[in-house]
Design a protein around this ligand. Structure first.
Ligand SMILES: *Cc1c(COP(=O)(O)O)cnc(C)c1O
Length: 466
């Protein structure tokens, strides 16, 4: 069967990013961790350039993409949108399945969409070095790529379990010229403190973030660059959804359902927010589904509260669905989804009923990933398989109901650096990590209570209480 690809011209790369904050009825601003007052641009410029701090707090709907950034985007953008005809045929579903493929970037995922933008603004601000965290290495390699393009040093704190599970991503960062250390490390007070408590700590994105922020705070020429969660990161990713809107127009179609894998929430935000923006301004309604790992289910099991974005409390307080900043998730293979919280904008959208969340176990995701690889040919990143699992389940539900709807999902990256994980799955060595209620309860008891973290408010509580 023929491949159906919707490809835009370079001139159709979006000229602006879309800011959902402009269209949401309710927003909870980030708070200064010391004063509890809404954070200002001045509060944020200690770790990021003014332009990004302004974007973080912006209520402007359309924010211009600098021409240098658009020119670099042109290396892999516009990203193709495919109709998954062979997958549809295998599933024997009346659903029309589309996927937007972000794996064509040099780093193999959507993450350079923001890495390039952040490196650009930092270079303009006279910064020499960027410090960051990485899970599976997707963000670290994306920022390393951006650092190489703009002549910035990059220091990456890589979650220890991934550092050992994914040696090739580490090598990719080093190939781009970056320095990569396993986290928790002995290089920072945050890392040393955690190692003193737990010398075998597998690490987490929250811990690695603390280390990177500490380094940025201690050096005026070093800034922090975040790979997800923050408003400006979600903003930069909206090039994905803005292109998809045009591509579906080419297909003379419109999605009924939009699915994305949710770690920190940025690729889901990037794909779905432009569609939600249309809806909020009177356009068609879409069902947006966030697919998260059942081993780290911040959206379905977390509490909505002001919490820190990192493990030791250096970031502004963010209002989000959270498992608690001290939660260390099990060592699942979708390392990019091992984060205790979720982007505040995604969290708010869930609160507002603009999106749904579904937790899926990793073996079911790898199974879906292989089904996808064997029909569509692209081996998906373990993170992306969460979106594929939910898209396939929705297509099968539509088949049962005899309804033809359009499903669009985000294929956020390829899995060429994750073959060890696939090997394990194929060798029957992968298990589904349980969700440790007790560990989460303990972590939630350490939320910064004074900022409105009450004893209730999780989806589970609501279900139990209804
Ligand atoms: C990092 C990553 C994710 C998860 O991060 P989000 O911020 O939720 O998008 C998903 N897919 C891939 C391929 C990733 O690299």
């Amino acid at each position: 069967m023929d491949t159906i690809k919707y490809q835009l011209a370079d001139s159709q790369i979006p000229t602006t990013w879309y800011n959902l904050a402009a269209d949401l009825p309710v927003l909870s601003p980030p708070l200064h961790p010391g004063t509890g007052q809404p954070a200002t641009v001045e509060d944020l410029v200690g770790i990021m350039p003014k332009e990004l701090a302004e974007q973080e707090l912006s209520l402007e709907r359309d924010i211009e993409i600098p021409s240098v950034v658009r020119q670099i985007y042109a290396q892999w953008r516009p990203a193709p949108l495919f109709r998954a005809r062979r997958l549809e045929k295998l599933l024997d579903t009346p659903a029309r399945i589309y996927y937007k493929y972000e794996g064509g970037s040099p780093a193999g995922s959507h993450k350079p969409n923001t890495g390039i933008a952040q490196a650009f603004y930092n270079k303009e601000a006279g910064i020499r070095r960027l410090a960051t965290e990485t899970g599976a290495g997707q963000w670290g390699s994306s920022l390393s790529l951006a650092g190489a393009f703009f002549g910035l040093e990059v220091k990456v704190f890589m979650v220890r379990v991934s550092y050992h599970q994914k040696p090739h991503r580490r090598a990719l960062m080093q190939a781009y010229g970056a320095t990569c250390v396993p986290s928790p490390s002995t290089e920072t007070a945050a890392g040393r403190g955690i190692l003193a408590d737990d010398p075998d700590c597998p690490g987490s994105l929250g811990i690695a973030t603390s280390e990177a922020i500490e380094v940025a705070m201690n050096d005026p020429f070093t800034n922090y660059a975040g790979g997800s969660v923050l408003n400006h990161v979600a903003l930069h990713q909206t090039v994905i959804g803005k292109e998809a809107l045009l591509q579906l127009e080419m297909a003379d179609d419109y999605p009924d359902i939009v699915v994305g894998a949710a770690g920190g929430g940025s690729n889901l935000a990037g794909l779905a927010f432009p569609f939600l923006g249309e809806q909020l301004r009177g356009g068609r309604r879409v069902r947006v589904i966030a697919a998260e790992p059942s081993a780290c289910p911040s959206l379905t099991q977390g509490r909505v509260a002001y919490d820190f974005g990192d493990a030791t409390g250096l970031t502004p307080l963010l209002k989000m669905h959270t498992l608690g900043h001290s939660f260390v998730p099990p060592a699942i293979h979708a390392g990019g989804l091992r984060y205790h919280g979720i982007a505040p904008l995604v969290s708010q959208a869930l609160e507002d009923g603009l999106l749904e969340a579904r937790a899926v176990p990793q073996t079911a995701c790898f199974e879906a990933g292989l089904t996808f690889a064997r029909t569509e040919g692209i081996l998906p990143a373990p993170e992306s398989t969460h979106a594929i699992r939910v898209a396939i389940d929705e297509a099968l539900r539509l088949k049962e109901e005899g309804r033809s709807e359009a499903i669009l999902f985000g294929l956020s990256g390829h899995g060429h650096f994750d073959l060890t994980a696939y090997e394990k799955y194929l060798g029957d060595e992968l298990v589904d990590e349980g969700f440790d209620q007790e560990l989460v309860a303990r972590s939630l008891s350490r939320l910064p209570e004074q900022f409105g973290a009450g004893p209730s408010g999780t989806q589970a509580d609501q279900v139990a209480g209804s």
